[in-house]
Ligand binder design. Structure first.
Ligand SMILES: Nc1ncnc2c1ncn2[C@@H]1O[C@H](COP(=O)(O)OP(=O)(O)O)[C@@H](O)[C@H]1O
Ligand SMILES: [Mg+2]
Length: 359
């Protein structure tokens, strides 16, 4: 009986039929396949995705397994190890934070829409998936991240470099730490300096994602951010009661004018789930953000319910994705984070020339 020879190139050819649904390319040309081993009738390899928070991880694992089993004669067993490495968009000249791969701004038209709540849960969800994450509270007028992450400690300064505080596996810095008692009179040059210091004077180390919680609206802090560092993209948080989403649209235009890609819109306080009967009530008439996203051709990242548990866990400093990970609200936040991580990967690949991916 002749043994069919299993070769690496036959396995790769089979894997070329597996497409990454977001990047719209096959996983071989994306250079995702690593560490292939062929041992008798068993083939094993890693599929190195672009984010540990990838929502289609299990689907890709199964598709890879099936592709090799069905297309390569002689293979009896396929072991697929799913790994991830967050890719860095090609850094423009202005890149100034060494080791930080992606900077993601979270903005909103006005305060009180849940921007800090969303930013905190995004940061913690990404860290939970295995990514290295930082969270910068750039809202000098109302810094709230230290409370939401229960990090009362102040950052230490060593050799003029600020050491971030770590909470729930996330490195934290708040402009509130620098502003002391006078946040309301912070304007122009002072805000500019404080943000620059929070970005460049902090020992962030190696980060896959640095999430920046911006002040509401449009203003000095946004401009300083985009002038100081390259921003991978921005997330806009909106609520259904935003009048015609007018205010969010202003924020959107500001990002577009400053050449920051908009990664998507999140609708927060979207609907209410009755804790007693489980019934759903669209108290503010939800869905406006989704419609606006469709009209504008911007990704819609998800809707987060209005849930007293979200507020309660924010107030006690343990975000709901940690405190009640199985709850519907936590799942909505985790799914939204997965959708965001996909958009960040797409953004990183959009700007990388093909030759680099296929090296
Ligand atoms: N989905 C939600 N359900 C219930 N409460 C929420 C939700 N999102 C935010 N909150 C609460 O609303 C208030 C404002 O949220 P916050 O994140 O501080 O808004 P912003 O940063 O936009 O000013 C906080 O008390 C927060 O706990
Ligand atoms: Mg806030």
């Amino acid at each position: 009986m002749t043994q069919t020879l299993i070769t690496e190139s036959k396995v790769l050819d089979a894997l070329r039929s597996v497409m990454d649904p977001d990047l719209k390319r096959d996983i071989v040309s994306l250079n995702f396949i690593r560490n292939m081993k062929i041992d008798g009738e068993t083939v094993s390899f890693d599929v190195n995705l672009t984010t540990p928070a990838c929502p289609v991880k299990e689907r890709l694992r199964e598709q890879s397994r099936q592709a090799v089993l069905s297309q390569v004669p002689g293979v009896k067993d396929v072991r697929v190890n799913m790994t991830a490495e967050v890719r860095r968009p090609p850094a423009p000249e202005t890149s100034r934070i060494k080791g930080v791969k992606n900077i993601v701004a979270v903005g909103s038209g006005k305060g009180g829409v849940g921007k800090s709540t969303v930013a905190t849960n995004i940061a913690v969800s990404l860290a939970k998936s295995g990514a290295s994450v930082g969270l910068l509270d750039a809202d000098i007028y109302g810094p709230s991240i230290p409370i939401m992450m229960a990090s009362s400690g102040e950052p230490e300064v060593k050799n003029q470099i600020i050491e971030p505080v770590t909470a729930h596996g996330v490195k934290l810095m708040s402009m509130g730490y620098l502003s002391g008692e006078m946040p309301l009179i912070w304007r122009g040059p002072m805000a500019h300096k404080a943000l620059q210091q929070s970005l460049l004077g902090v020992n962030w180390g190696e980060l896959d994602y640095l999430i920046v919680d911006l002040p509401p609206g449009t203003g000095d802090v946004h401009l300083t951010l985009v002038q100081t560092v390259p921003v991978t993209g921005a997330v806009i948080v909106s609520t259904p009661q935003d009048v015609g989403l007018q205010i969010s649209m202003k924020t959107l235009r500001m990002f577009q004018q400053t050449k920051v890609p908009v990664l998507g819109i999140v609708e927060n306080m979207s609907y209410y789930v009755c804790p007693h009967c489980g019934g759903r009530d669209d108290i503010f008439g939800h869905g406006g953000a989704k419609k606006a996203a469709e009209t504008l051709g911007i990704p819609f990242l998800g809707e987060i319910p209005l849930d007293p548990a979200i507020r309660k866990h924010s107030d006690t400093g343990r975000p709901v994705v940690l405190a009640e990970p199985e709850s519907a609200s936590a799942r909505a936040l985790l799914d939204m984070t997965g959708a965001l991580a996909q958009q960040i990967s797409i953004q990183a690949f959009r700007t990388i020339p093909l030759t680099i991916i296929e090296e």
